[in-house]
Each structure stands twice: as structure tokens, then as C-alpha cells.
Design a protein around this ligand. Structure first.
Ligand code: ADP
Ligand code: MG
Ligand code: ZN
Length: 611
């Protein structure tokens, strides 16, 4: 996928390059070349020389007094002219022989017999060596610098990922219509910057995608680049933070330098909160992070929006970002990427189902309704789990049942097929689950039960009641909230009514009920005692939503008391409902014990049979 690393061209390697080439040339000149040329001169014995003269093969002859040698040009056995040499012997007949053979006396005989070879050796070869070494160095540079040795120490080896084309478009992002709309302007700007610059309009330099994990922020950023057909520089915030102070800042400088060269383009900084956290004074400050952040701020101020570099960033903890990042001229646009609603979930399922062989009559809406609160990533996972299950079952298409099962897998873990549970425990679980379902069904405001199962899950749940909202709910009335509390307590209440004991199986219910009751008192203003006073504040709304108390200790004690009362009240209501429907509780529990899994329709049928 056009993935390529770019590196800051470093000046150091050039020096090494020159030195290496120079050394090689020196070696060649002092040893190899002379040897090569020497090899051109053939040394022969004196008697052989005389024979050659007599045979008339010798053309020229020269004496080199200093070396005590005779060099001569003669025809070799193959009839080619070669340079020979031999030693000088006291020989009076030589002059006569030479004249008889008609040999020319020469001043000197050039030893380099082949001017072409000389030319090749002294001119072409060095150039070839230069070129080959250069190629080699270039390749090494591209493959991650000179390697992790001393030479690269202290240098910013920024691994900036550039994708020429991300290959993603808005069509790959389902739902998130608001976010897409906000981003289309940026796409348009990158596409035809002149349209904006003509008027003098300046586009926001940066947009911040904010939302819970897995909602498609990274995907959206890629889609923007894909739609605008511009290069996509991406780097994760954590990559900036290095062990050595100053490197992160160097990387930021690098990133913006490269981006400016490739404009128009998109620079995407994922998980920006790792560098963009609020700077603090005093102890525990992180020098490296602060320097990096400062550099980022400087770079963002440095370029004007006209050259077409748009910075996108993503985070799921916007409240922890440094305010300086958020001021106009930097990330002045904040684009919420929220968890998908019912329609969005259905669309996301469909987008991911496209890559999978699906049966024809899949009811995506039913799956979407059963996955309220799931993120896009989780939905993608559900589709994949369903495909895996279809393969396990030996089928070639994914069916509704696969999707339903994988919803449960993602929500509650895998079925624990061979977990052995005693009859007694199974019975308790059945009553517990029917207790939940019955309380839910008898309160008109509660959502109808979708499915009840007592097949144990690897997550530890021994059974569960899946409740599906009929439509999308954004608001919960005080009555609905209270009914939900009653439903949550229904499981434990059924156990108490039938077995006159309590088990640990209700721990999750208790947790949920407490959280809901607490929120009703401290945040939703649903208690008579406090009314509309916020007693808690939420931190990290996108990551679980931890809360911290914002009231005095005395008030906190009263809050605790109020929460206890509210849960008790709900428990009372559940007890009343179940007591009045004892017969149905027994009948349905028996049925569930037999079947292990029953659907919501079966449940409602059984419930209405006798009534
Ligand atoms: P984030 O960056 O918000 O944590 P990602 O963009 O990495 O989430 O999303 C993870 C995966 O979830 C994506 O690759 C995609 O398969 C899927 N996904 C998330 N949201 C959507 C969506 N709106 N439409 C389609 N797929 C989605
Ligand atoms: Mg992401
Ligand atoms: Zn329960």
C-alpha cells in the first residue's frame, strides 16, 4: 500500500563515502593497477629471445640500462604483437643477429600495450566504483540509516509513515455523518485550494477528532486523505516521546519539513494526548514531552494555512489536552466522533459484511439493536467472529445465528461447553435469570427480553438475560431508571424467594445497580433529597467515565445512605412483582432449565399462556 519511509538526509555519511572511495582508489593505484599492467609484459629466457630473433619474430628492441633488461616487441605463438623482456647477457653476436633479423632499435618500448585497457582501468573503473558505492549507501540510508550503531546516535531517526494514497474513502466509514460533514470542507480545500485562497479564506490549520476508542477516528483521518487524494503523513503521539530529551522536538521539525515539501497533504497525529497533555509546573514534569509539545505549537504557528498542509489529530481524552493546543489557529476545530447510534450500527455492520459471504436474509437491524453501546471496532469484530463461527460450523455463508452468537461472544465471552455445573446450581441460575426477565416484562416501561440463556460463558457469567431496546433511547426517565434498578435486583430477589439464600452470582447485578443508583442521586438529580445538585463530576467521559465526588464529607455520607435506600426500594418492587407471579416464575424456570436457551418470543408466549 505505497508505504514508504522517509529519512532526513544526513551529512555525515557523505564524508564517510568520500573517505572510503579515496582509500579504495589509493589501494588500486599502488598494487592492483601496476600488477595488471605488469602482467602485460612477458618475461622470457635469453635463449628463447635469441630463437625469436632468429625466427624473425622480433620487431623492435630496447635496452633499459637501469633495470638491466632488454624489452622487445615480438609476435607471440598466436601471432599477436606482445611486449617481452629478458635479462642482458654479455653477447658479442647479438648486434649482428639483430641486424640480420632486421630488428628496429628503439629508445624504449611502451609497456602499456593496450591504450584502451589503460583508459578503462584509470578512468572508467573508478567511476563505476563511485557509482556502485553510492547506490549501496543510498540503499542503506533508506533501510533505516546507518543502523543502530554509534554513527546514528543523537540523530532524529524519525519513522514517519507516508502513504501516497490511503485507499480509504468516506464510503468505508459508516454512520458518523456529522463528523464526515465537518471534514468534507477540509477535503474540498485540499482538492481546490485556489477556491478558498482567492477569497482570502484561511482554513483551520488543524482539526481534532475526539471520541471513545474504536469509533473510527483513525479511519476517518485516512478517509479524508483518500477523498482528497493527497499524501497522508501519520505518526503516533507516543513515537515522539523518546528517551533522550530533544529528540521528540527534532522529529516534529522533521515531520513538518517533509509535509511542507509534499503539500497539499495531511499530517495525522494519532493519540495526541501522549504529547499534548497539560503542561504543569513543579515536580514530575516531563521535559521531553514539554519540549516536543512546544515544538509542535511553534510549527503549527509557523506555517500559514494557505500552502495546504492540514493537521488532523485524534484523542480520546480531550479534557487532558493543553489549552494552548486548542486555541484558535491551532486545533481550533473539534470534531466529535461518537459511539454509533442504532442506524449507524446497522450501517457499520453492513459495511463490514460486504467483505464476508453473508446469507441473504440477514436482519442487521436486530443485531444493531442488541449491540447498543458497541463501538465500530467492536461491530467489525462481531462480523469477523461470526465469519469464524461459520467456518467452524463448516458452512460457506454467515447466518443470522452466527451473528447472534458472536454478539454474545463479544459481550460475554465464549460458551464454556464442557463446564460442569451441578443440577442445583443450574437451577439457581435459571431462577435468577427468569427473575430478571420477569421483573423486566411486568414493568411496562422496561425493554422486552430478547434472549435468556444459562449456558456458562468463559467470562464467568453462568447465564444472562439479554435485553434489547425497541428503538434508540437517548433519555431515561426517572421511572425507567428506577424500573431498570428493579430489573437488576430481580435475579437476586428470585433466588431469595425460592431458595431462601443468596449466592455470589449477583455480583455484577449489584455493581450495575449501585452505579445506576449513584448516578441517579449525584448526577441525574433524581432523588427527592438533593434535587438538581451535581454532587459528582465525570472525568474522562470517553474512557469509562470515572467520577469524583464534589461535595463535603457529610453530604457524601448522606449520598451513600440515599443510594442504599433507592436500591432497597427497587428490591422491594422486584419482590412484589415476583411474589405476585410465583406460578409463572416456577413454570418459566423449569422451561429454561430444559431448554438452556430461550428467545424473547418463547418467553412472552409462555408468560401469557396461563394469564
Ligand atoms: P479509533 O482510531 O477511533 O480508536 P479506528 O479508526 O482505529 O478507531 O477503528 C478501528 C476499526 O473499527 C476500523 O479499522 C474499522 O474497521 C472499524 N470501524 C470503526 N468505526 C467505523 C465506522 N464508523 N465505519 C466502519 N468501520 C468502523
Ligand atoms: Mg485510533
Ligand atoms: Zn443477574
Amino acid at each position: 500500500m505505497g508505504n514508504m519511509k522517509e529519512h532526513k538526509p544526513s551529512k555525515k555519511p557523505l564524508v564517510y563515502y568520500c573517505i572510503v572511495v579515496a582509500v579504495i582508489m589509493l589501494l588500486l593505484n599502488s598494487t592492483v593497477f601496476p600488477m595488471l599492467m605488469e602482467a602485460q609484459v612477458i618475461e622470457v629466457g635469453y635463449n628463447e629471445f635469441l630463437q625469436m630473433v632468429d625466427a624473425g619474430k622480433v620487431k623492435q628492441v630496447a635496452r633499459s640500462e637501469g633495470e638491466g633488461m632488454i624489452t622487445f616487441l615480438a609476435l607471440d605463438d598466436a601471432g599477436r604483437e606482445r611486449v617481452f623482456k629478458t635479462g642482458i647477457w654479455p653477447d658479442e653476436t647479438l648486434m649482428e643477429r639483430l641486424t640480420n633479423a632486421d630488428v628496429e632499435f628503439a629508445e624504449a618500448i611502451p609497456t602499456q600495450s593496450s591504450p584502451l585497457l589503460t583508459f578503462l582501468l584509470t578512468w572508467i573503473l573508478p567511476i563505476l566504483i563511485f557509482a556502485a558505492l553510492g547506490q549501496f549507501m543510498m540503499r542503506r540510508l533508506q533501510n533505516g540509516g546507518i543502523g543502530p550503531n554509534a554513527m546514528s546516535f543523537g540523530k532524529a531517526n524519525a519513522k514517519i509513515y507516508v502513504e501516497a494514497q490511503t485507499g480509504k474513502t468516506f464510503a468505508d466509514v459508516a454512520g458518523e455523518d456529522e463528523a464526515k460533514e465537518a471534514l468534507t470542507e477540509i477535503v474540498d480545500f485540499l482538492h481546490k485550494p485556489s477556491k478558498y485562497t482567492r477569497i482570502g479564506a484561511r482554513l483551520p490549520k488543524g482539526a481534532l477528532l475526539v471520541g471513545p476508542p474504536g469509533t473510527g477516528k483513525t479511519l476517518l483521518a485516512k478517509a479524508v486523505a483518500g477523498e482528497a487524494q493527497v499524501p497522508f503523513f501519520s505518526i503516533s503521539g507516543s513515537e515522539f516521546v523518546e528517551m533522550f530529551v530533544g529528540m521528540g522536538a527534532a522529529k516534529v521539525r522533521d515531520l513538518f519539513k517533509q509535509a511542507n515539501e509534499k503539500a497539499p497533504c495531511i499530517v495525522f497525529i494519532d493519540e495526541i494526548d501522549t504529547i499534548g497533555k497539560k503542561r504543569e509546573n513543579g515536580l514530575g514534569g516531563n521535559d521531553e514531552r514539554e519540549q516536543t509539545l512546544n515544538q509542535l505549537l511553534t510549527e503549527m504557528d509557523g506555517f500559514d494555512g494557505k500552502n495546504g498542509v492540514v493537521i488532523l489529530a485524534a484523542t480520546n481524552r480531550p479534557d487532558s489536552l493543553d489549552p494552548a493546543l486548542l486555541r484558535p489557529g491551532r486545533f481550533d476545530r473539534r470534531i466529535p466522533v461518537e459511539l454509533p447510534d442504532l442506524k449507524g450500527r446497522e450501517e457499520i455492520l453492513k459495511v463490514h459484511a460486504k467483505d464476508v459471504h453473508m446469507a441473504e436474509n440477514i436482519d442487521y437491524n436486530a443485531i444493531a439493536r442488541a449491540t447498543s453501546g458497541a463501538s465500530g471496532a467492536e461491530l467489525a469484530n462481531i462480523v469477523n467472529e461470526a465469519a469464524l463461527r461459520a467456518v467452524r460450523m463448516g458452512r460457506s455463508v454467515v447466518e443470522q445465528a452466527d451473528l447472534e452468537e458472536s454478539v454474545e461472544v463479544v459481550i460475554a465471552g465464549y460458551q464454556r461447553k464442557n463446564a460442569v455445573i451441578s443440577e442445583k446450581e443450574k437451577k439457581i441460575v435459571a431462577y435468577h435469570e427468569i427473575g430478571h426477565a420477569l421483573v423486566a416484562a411486568k414493568q411496562s416501561d422496561s425493554a422486552p427480553v430478547h434472549k435468556i440463556t444459562i449456558v456458562p460463558r468463559t467470562s464467568g457469567a453462568l447465564g444472562y438475560t439479554m435485553q434489547v431496546e425497541e428503538g434508540e433511547h437517548f433519555l431515561m426517565s426517572r421511572e425507567e431508571a428506577f424500573n431498570k434498578l428493579a430489573t437488576l435486583t430481580g435475579g437476586r430477589v428470585a433466588e431469595e424467594l425460592i431458595f431462601e439464600s443468596a449466592t455470589t452470582g449477583a455480583s455484577n447485578d449489584i455493581e450495575q445497580a449501585t452505579r445506576l443508583a449513584r448516578a441517579m442521586v449525584t448526577r441525574y438529580g433524581m432523588s427527592d433529597r438533593f434535587g438538581m445538585v451535581a454532587l459528582e463530576t465525570v472525568e474522562n467521559a470517553y474512557l469509562g467515565g470515572d467520577t469524583s465526588l464534589a461535595c463535603s464529607q457529610e453530604t457524601a455520607a448522606i449520598v451513600d445512605h440515599e443510594v442504599v435506600e433507592m436500591v432497597k426500594e427497587a428490591q422491594k418492587k422486584a419482590r412484589k412483582i415476583l411474589s405476585e407471579n410465583m406460578e409463572a416464575l416456577h413454570r418459566l424456570s423449569k422451561y429454561l432449565l430444559e431448554k438452556e436457551t430461550i428467545t424473547g418470543e418463547e418467553f412472552m408466549q409462555m408468560l401469557n399462556q396461563q394469564a
